[in-house]
Design a protein. Structure first.
Ligand code: PLP
Length: 228
């Protein structure tokens, strides 16, 4: 088990380009398994549920950067603001306002990515492309949120279909660079998971979120691609 994790990380690392951050998605796996990854040098971990993120954080070294990658309910904002290094799933105005309010209360600035539902799938979270500008303008007006880039979970498909979605994301990312300001920048393009991260990197991803490709198969009854 431990050896598998170490070998998997070596294999994934070998296919990364310079400047690409590897986030090890430890959801549904134990703190001990995450610690094996930590010991190989991994310092970025992704969780999709707030509760699980907080529990792992309490049981693992302090120098880990915890990424919240799952969709976030406004009633969990209070718990995660100040705890997560980066929230990848800012996707709607009410969530932006809730993060702003809580960050202001704690007197901090919270780093977020805007999640885009680039495949316009009903089942997925993320702002629809047609509502992106609105959310961007709102976020740019909020003093306690700093937008650092974009995130997407693309639809399942062939490698060529994947590539088209990644290209669309990269185009949007590049377009939004024109709007850069003090609390709005396009530095991080979070796209690519176990099955498609090589293509994602090819198309300009700067951060890949790899779960099964590091920790092995997850129990399908726990932690899907959404939520907490
Ligand atoms: C679970 C999850 C991942 C990792 O998926 P794998 O296919 O296991 O690599 C990446 N991003 C998000 C948002 C997830 O929920």
């Amino acid at each position: 088990m431990e050896n598998d994790i170490i070998e998997n990380i070596e294999r994934v690392r070998a296919s990364l380009k310079e400047g690409v951050t590897l986030v090890a998605v430890s959801k549904t796996h134990t703190a001990q398994e995450a610690k094996t990854a930590y010991d190989t040098g991994i310092r970025d971990f992704g969780e999709n549920r707030v509760q699980e993120l907080l529990e792992k954080k309490a049981n693992l070294p302090d120098d880990i950067k915890w990424h919240l990658i799952g969709s976030l309910q406004t009633n969990k904002v209070r718990k995660v603001v100040g705890e997560a290094f980066l929230i990848h799933s800012l996707d709607r105005p009410e969530l932006a306002l809730a993060i702003e309010k809580e960050s202001s209360k704690k007197d901090i600035v919270t780093d977020c990515l805007i999640e885009i539902n680039i495949g316009c799938e009903d089942s997925k979270s993320g702002v629809l492309p047609e509502h992106l500008d609105e959310l961007v303008e709102l976020a740019r007006s909020l003093k306690h949120i700093r937008i650092r880039g974009l995130m997407a979970i693309i639809p399942k498909g062939t490698q060529e279909e994947n590539r088209e979605y990644f290209k669309k994301m990269k185009q949007t990312f590049d377009d939004l660079k024109k709007k850069e300001s003090e609390n709005f920048s396009m530095e991080i393009l979070s796209m690519g998971m176990t099955n498609d991260y090589v293509t994602a990197i090819d198309e300009g991803s700067t951060l890949v979120r790899v779960g099964e490709g590091i920790f092995g198969a997850r129990d399908k009854n726990r932690g899907g691609n959404q939520n907490g």
